[in-house]
Ligand binder design. Structure first.
Ligand SMILES: CC(C)(COP(=O)(O)OP(=O)(O)OC[C@H]1O[C@@H](n2cnc3c(N)ncnc32)[C@H](O)[C@@H]1OP(=O)(O)O)[C@@H](O)C(=O)NCCC(=O)NCCS
Length: 176
């Protein structure tokens, strides 16, 4: 998986020695509470290692799941993903698969513009490699994430139950 850079950040593949950080990140309810229809906190380092292996297994010219780190000192700040979005049960695929962008950052790293900067860099990179359109979904109550979508210039298309087995606000951005 390639690395992606921006002014302040380096997005790189997850490594096994990131397990303690990932466990710290995903064991926090404030980080996972809006992720999916049935959010759960991560419990063990073994779970973190298994999750890292799944993240690294994404092998695709455009999609990926990256660790977001600071460019200056390599400090881990969160996760950035770009991948096909799961459809809700009973929804049949129509047309090309929808690719979603998603982010979750450690609370220590909130409020610095890192999520928006990481996502903007990943989107520039993906659009330059041929991605035609990206979507993002957020829980209706996840105003912080909706603000990231707006900062990225994504268009709000309203509420949908098409993905992740629940109601979500849907945003999209076509390649410019
Ligand atoms: C969603 C989430 C990533 C948003 O993080 P965030 O730090 O608010 O978002 P950004 O990276 O865009 O940062 C914007 C904030 O940084 C501030 N900021 C500070 N320095 C900045 C800079 N140099 N450039 C841009 N913004 C800056 C902005 O003013 C803004 O603050 P505000 O929220 O007080 O208005 C974070 O809340 C999170 O990880 N939540 C849990 C996981 C989650 O729900 N993920 C989304 C699932 S859909």
């Amino acid at each position: 998986m390639r690395t992606i850079t921006s002014d302040r950040l380096l997005l790189r593949p997850w490594r096994d020695d990131d397990a303690d950080f990932l466990l710290d990140l995903e064991s926090r309810w404030e980080v996972v509470r809006f992720l999916g229809a049935h959010p759960t906190t991560m419990r063990t380092r073994a779970d973190a290692l298994a999750s890292i292996a799944r993240r690294r297994a994404v092998d695709h010219p455009i999609h990926g799941i990256w660790a977001i780190t600071t460019a200056a000192d390599g400090r881990l700040v969160g996760n950035l993903l770009l991948k096909p979005i799961p459809l809700s049960a009973g929804v049949s695929a129509a047309g090309p698969e929808d690719v979603e962008i998603g982010w979750h950052l450690h609370p220590d790293a909130w409020g610095h513009g890192y999520a928006t900067e990481a996502a903007a860099a990943a989107l520039d990179d993906a659009f330059s490699r041929g991605l035609a359109r990206v979507i993002a979904v957020t829980d209706p109550d996840n105003h912080a994430s909706q603000a990231v979508c707006r900062r990225l210039g994504m268009t709000h298309l309203g509420r949908t139950t098409r993905y992740y087995d629940g109601p979500n606000e849907l945003f999209e951005k076509p390649r410019g």
